[in-house]
Design a protein around this ligand. Structure first.
Ligand code: SF4
Length: 261
């Protein structure tokens, strides 16, 4: 099914201003507007546990989530995936990397190429994450993420709703963008939500096993991701807008009505 034209949506008189909307309101708007062509990108971190629980409260099992199985994930992440499948009675759409691309990469550069240079780390992320993400988004009109601004310097400019120019101009909705770490965990505790057990072992942020480690008290939330790199390079390419100047922040559009839900 073809994706909606995001520019058409931006220009629409019915576009709600979601900048100050609650996470639940932003989710409901996205699900009502785009289902079944909207899905949550899930790496089974705490933020996504929150969003899955919220969607379940709104729609039962009638929502979609997808994940990228890079082949290098922790067992705890698979355990969380199964816990969520069972708790919410949902199927997880799992995308794997292209086998031939992985074979060619590891034959040329080794299995642990990511430690050699930023370029090789980004090559591994491109093969194991970015290409599968492109496939996952191909037929969607919008996708949702658990991004929060306080997670990293690279995420300080993220908006609640954005046009994703790197993926055909579909919409990208980040309902928890203005949530704090404490708010996430308060929700998880209050609602007894399944979460990735690595979070109890000093992992505030979880990615692939060889590229993620526990952080020390007081360290940055993403200090354990690619810890051998500088903080301004710490993205895998999933959430980078390669044409930032063309980025449309829907929330700043004027004359839009509040969603009012
Ligand atoms: Fe490869 Fe590490 Fe990126 Fe995972 S996080 S895709 S193992 S470089």
């Amino acid at each position: 099914m073809p994706s909606l034209d995001a520019n058409e949506i931006v220009d629409s008189e019915n576009l709600p201003d979601l900048a100050e909307a609650s996470a639940e309101t932003a989710l409901r708007w996205a699900l009502d507007k785009f289902s079944p062509n909207v899905a949550l990108a899930c790496s089974f971190q705490a933020e996504e546990s929150v969003l899955i629980d919220m969607m379940h409260r709104q729609r039962g099992s009638d929502f979609r989530i997808f994940t990228l199985d890079t082949g290098r994930l922790n067992q705890e992440t698979y355990d969380c995936m199964d816990a969520i499948r069972e708790r919410y009675r949902i199927s997880v759409e799992v995308y794997f990397p292209d086998t031939v691309k992985v074979q060619d990469m590891v034959r040329a550069h080794g299995l642990n190429l990511f430690y050699s240079s930023i370029e090789q780390r980004k090559l591994c992320c491109a093969v194991r994450k970015v290409e599968p993400l492109n496939r996952a988004l191909k037929n969607l009109s919008a996708w949702m993420t658990g991004l929060r601004r306080e997670q990293a310097v690279t995420r300080e400019g993220v908006s609640k709703v954005e046009v994703d120019n790197d993926h055909g101009g579909i919409l990208k909705i980040n309902p928890l963008v203005d949530w704090s770490h404490d708010e996430v965990w308060r929700y998880i505790c209050d609602h007894n939500v399944p979460f990735n057990w690595l979070h109890t072992q000093g992992y505030p942020s979880i990615g692939c096993a060889p590229c993620t480690r526990a952080v020390k008290p007081g360290e940055d939330l993403r200090a354990g991701r690619w810890w051998w790199e500088n903080s301004d390079t710490k993205e895998c390419g999933l959430h980078i807008d390669s044409d930032a100047s063309a980025k449309n922040n829907i929330n700043s559009a004027s004359g839009k009505q509040d969603v009012g839900i």
